[in-house]
Design a protein around this ligand. Structure first.
Ligand code: MN
Length: 464
């Protein structure tokens, strides 16, 4: 049975030892992110806990962070095996389940409108203390509509709290919300916006997945959870939000108005610059009794945002290989150290000369903002183990033969290595670390499997 809401999911995480409760009273503007960050650095990858801060100085709400920090938690969110997170994703992309509109839901337990709807009622954390421009809503599922077609988009975008009634929002033109905003601006019309915080986890995962434009993320969430998502209508805007969301902020972004937004510690591991950006004006806030404020720890990888994005990107890349008829792809890993953005590693069953290069060119062509680096290895290499990948790269690559660089491709403007005057261009590199077809490689310098099996049988006798 899918989770009904974020609370059920958090309870499940606690039950299986994946969530810890912090009882001490903490400051939302430095302590939440610092304590979470220390948990990331101090614990081995899969034992990094989610945290539920029960007491926030000056607030009555609790704060949940790190609920989707690791592959283990991601698998719990999808109620699946963490060894295969791609199959449920491919199913959801191919078989989305349209959401169901219901008349009311828990998110309507409290309704505040006009001047009563104040952002400072909730403990919205500052994530990079001393460097961010303000507190940020980091895990909002942001709902907007295409004014021409009515097609809905749900995405996660950074919202900097500027006052009780206003946020600055980073919107770039190619993002789905950016396409909607450009259309609204051309008409001189405000864009209605709803920000759902703490819906059931499938919505969070769908919102960061970068599904194609026009695909309803609520439908994908339904596909992920195996049951249609329940939605309710907003109070002051013509939009729908998950009925069981913890907090919903309604409002609009007027055309042609810009306010200062940023800086913000970004997923690249560097500060993203401040700038003049669109302004979100709050009109209403609805929330559950005893709301749990849900945030992502983003910033320097490893992070929650890189974990959730990477897994969805891997699924999208698999789909891209299928769509383009590229055979033999065994596994794809979008590395977390590369911000789950810049470096794709692909394992293939190489079947013909040039196969690895085809994989690189298709990926870099189809995913032009991502894939600054694509490394292709043979399927004997575990692409989730950086040690094995480096072994393959160092022993199966002749740099002048197997590495190629292409200049002036589309880039991603938050990549700090780009010259500030050329933020939208990037060069790209492909590494063919497969053995290829030109000559035979020597045998691997390990005993054959049969020796290991014999030793395994006698294992108790060794007394090790
Ligand atoms: Mn979208």
């Amino acid at each position: 049975m899918p989770y009904h809401d974020m609370r059920e999911f958090l309870a499940r995480l606690e039950q299986v030892g994946q969530l810890k409760k912090v009882k001490a009273s903490v400051d939302k503007d430095w302590e939440i992110s610092t304590v979470m960050r220390k948990c990331i650095f101090d614990n081995p990858k899969e034992s990094r806990p989610a945290l539920l801060f029960e007491k926030i100085k000056g607030y009555s709400s609790t704060v949940a962070v790190g609920a989707l920090l690791t592959r283990t938690k991601y698998a719990i969110a999808l109620e699946t095996d963490e060894k295969d997170l791609v199959t449920p994703w491919l199913n959801a992309l191919r078989n989305p389940m349209p959401p169901k509109l219901v008349s009311s839901g828990p998110c309507k337990e409290n309704v505040l409108k006009g001047r009563d709807a104040r952002l400072s009622l909730f403990p919205i954390p500052t994530w990079t203390p001393g460097k961010d421009g303000g507190p940020y809503i980091s895990a909002g599922c942001v709902v907007t509509k295409d004014p021409d077609t009515g097609a809905r988009n749900v995405g996660t975008y950074r919202f900097m709290v500027r006052s009780d009634y206003e946020c600055g929002v980073l919107i770039t033109p190619a993002q789905h919300i950016g396409i909607h905003y450009t259309k609204h601006e051309r008409r001189g019309a405000p864009m209605e916006v709803a920000v759902a915080i703490g819906p059931d986890p499938s919505v969070c995962l769908a919102a960061v997945a970068g599904v194609p434009y026009g695909v309803d993320e609520y439908g994908v969430a339904g596909g992920l959870r195996g049951q249609p998502l329940e939605l309710v209508k907003c109070e002051t805007v013509d939009l729908e939000v998950p009925a069981a969301a913890e907090i919903v902020i309604e409002g609009e972004i007027p055309p042609h108005e810009r306010v200062e937004e940023g800086p913000f510690g970004e997923f690249t591991g560097f500060m993203g610059p401040k700038g003049q950006r669109p302004a979100f004006k709050v009109k209403a806030i609805t929330y559950r009794n005893n709301p749990i404020y849900h945030g992502y720890i983003s910033q320097m990888p490893p992070s929650e945002s890189s974990n959730i994005r990477g897994i969805a990107m891997e699924a999208a890349a698999h789909q891209c290989m299928v769509d383009n008829g590229v055979p033999g792809v065994k596994n794809i890993h979008v590395t977390e150290a590369g911000g789950a953005w810049f470096h794709y590693i692909v394992a293939i069953e190489a079947s013909y000369p040039g196969h690895a290069r085809q994989v690189i060119q298709v990926l870099q062509g189809a995913k032009p903002n991502y894939c600054k680096f694509v490394t292709v290895v043979d399927s004997d290499v575990d692409i989730f183990d950086p040690f094995q990948v480096e072994w393959a790269v160092t022993t199966r690559v002749q740099p002048d033969r197997d590495i190629f660089v292409v200049s002036d491709c589309p880039g991603f403007p938050l990549d700090p290595s780009q010259h500030p005057d050329r933020r939208f261009y990037s060069s790209k590199m492909g590494i063919d670390a497969t053995k290829g077809f030109d000559f035979e490689y020597p045998e691997i310098s390990l005993p054959d499997k049969s020796y290991f099996e014999k030793a395994e049988k006698r294992w108790p006798e060794y007394g090790i």
